[in-house]
Write a protein that binds this ligand. Structure first.
Ligand SMILES: Cc1ncc(COP(=O)(O)O)c(C=O)c1O
Length: 454
């Protein structure tokens, strides 16, 4: 059917395995270091924070990791997600390119985040854990873990970055609907939060600060474990259901992407889509362009340093080698809250160092323009984070038009923006402006990177 728009798999085709790219990498990832000894950490060092099953996934080297049946059963609530062809957008752009998107906004929380929230909650439940602490930037991750917690009877506490807590009361309401407790971060509940508030009572917060608060809560209480919505290997692993489905859906479409695009905050939706395609390439398949898109106001991959750094502001986490702007860097309060993280997933950073992926940064106004154009032709209002991928896909389609190339472009539409209409209102009122980070602050944050012997 040549004019097909949706490429849909049935529930029996939900992947049975997550794909672990570590098995196919030409060079292994640099080790994770203990913050005190600066020596490689062992599984036991991570036990206060995570259940052993997730720690073992973090360091796994086998190519395929089985998805437990109860997790696949819950995935059926929204998976397989559709692969869509953006035919109306193609027409509007008058491009010879074909634009496809994998739509993750069909999940209960409205984004890709439940793909990992559900297995994380399940593995914690299997380990007898009853309480989880986490952070959230945009509110998407917090609502996803709240949703997963509600399915397994796990109490969830979410530290929501202050600016997002203020900008997005309905996300907070959604978390509370699922039964979670949601606190603005920095908060008075933790020593890390209190230390920040003492210095800057009006701090807009950051993911780095919120992570410190959640990690501190878990580290201090053996009844509580910590859960992270991005960055870590096991989180990126869980997201590979997205790319694995997309590969099957392209077989249905009789097509194959030349360019694969995802926005990057901590790197999970990008990796989820890209890694299975990169795996095909690493095992001898054809080369595609793979583009990670980040905000120009928090340009981790394009401006950060590839160095060992802490994952959080209070320096409670292990040290990981990643592209970083420095753990004390606080990005401006732009609307794509889920992209305001000072670091990048070690795996995505490694892929970038190996030359397997490209990185690109956009300012937010250009992204919202793309989001509005997309909504007016495809009907779906993208989450502010996802507008970065939309912008890049449109620019690639326009490049194809200029060069007369009929390339196939695929991007991850990682979530819908129904809880982000305040940002769209600000855009329509001309109040949404491009924000740049402070060069002096960046230099200072980079100067404070921990020194690690080579
Ligand atoms: C819709 C959406 N897309 C993308 C992201 C960025 O996160 P990641 O890079 O882990 O996919 C977020 C983070 O909250 C998000 O909510």
């Amino acid at each position: 059917m040549s004019d097909q728009v949706k490429f849909v798999l049935d529930e029996t085709q939900i992947p049975k395995h997550w794909y672990n790219i570590a098995a196919d990498l030409p060079q292994p990832l640099p080790p994770v270091l203990h913050p005190g000894t600066k020596q490689p950490v062992g599984p036991a060092d991570l036990e206060p924070l995570f259940p052993m099953a997730l720690i073992l996934q973090e360091v796994a080297t086998e190519r395929e990791i089985e998805i437990p049946e109860p997790v696949r059963d819950i995935y059926r609530m929204w998976r397989p997600s559709p692969l869509m062809r953006a035919r109306r957008l193609e027409q509007e752009l008058d491009t010879p390119a074909k634009i496809y998107f994998k739509y993750e906004g069909v999940s209960p929380a409205g984004s890709h985040k439940p793909n990992t929230a559900v297995p994380q909650a399940w593995f914690n439940k299997e380990a007898g854990i009853k309480r989880l602490a986490t952070e959230t930037g945009a509110g998407q991750w917090g609502s996803s873990l709240a949703f997963a917690g509600s399915l397994f009877g796990i109490d969830v506490t979410v530290f929501q970055v202050r600016i997002s807590y203020d900008q997005k009361p309905y996300r907070r309401a959604l978390m509370e609907t699922y039964g979670a407790r949601c606190l603005p971060s920095p908060s008075n509940e933790t020593a890390s939060g209190r230390a920040i508030l003492a210095k800057s009572p009006d701090s807009p917060g950051s993911l780095g600060i919120a992570i410190s608060e959640a990690v501190e809560m878990a580290a201090k209480d053996p009844q509580v474990k910590y859960s992270l919505g991005s960055v870590l290997n096991h989180v990126l692993l869980h997201q590979t259901v997205v790319g694995a489905e997309a590969i099957k859906q392209f077989e249905l479409a009789g097509d194959d992407p030349d360019v694969v695009i995802g926005c990057v905050g901590g790197g999970s939706n990008f990796s989820g889509l890209a890694c299975p395609f990169l795996g095909l390439q690493l095992r001898g398949g054809r080369k595609r362009r793979v583009i990670a898109v980040e905000p120009a106001a928090c340009p981790t991959l394009t401006r950060g340093k590839y160095a060992y750094d802490f994952g959080d502001t209070a320096h409670l986490t292990p040290l990981v080698k990643m592209h970083t702007l420095g753990s004390t860097f606080i990005p401006p309060g732009f609307h794509a809250g889920g992209l305001r993280y000072h670091g990048m997933a070690p795996l995505v950073s490694h892929l970038s160092e190996l030359g397997l992926i490209e990185a690109r940064a956009y300012h937010q106004v250009a992204c919202f323009e793309a989001g509005v154009l997309f909504a007016r032709h495809e009907g779906i209002v993208p989450a502010p984070e996802a507008t970065h991928a939309v912008r890049c896909a449109i620019d690639e389609a326009l490049r194809c038009k200029r060069d007369g190339k009929a390339e196939t472009i695929l991007f991850n539409l990682s979530g819908h923006g129904h809880f982000d209409m305040g940002a769209y209102i600000a855009f329509f009122e001309g109040k949404l402006v491009d924000q740049d980070y402070d060069e002096g602050e960046l230099a200072m944050a980079l100067a404070g990177l921990p020194s690690i012997a080579a």
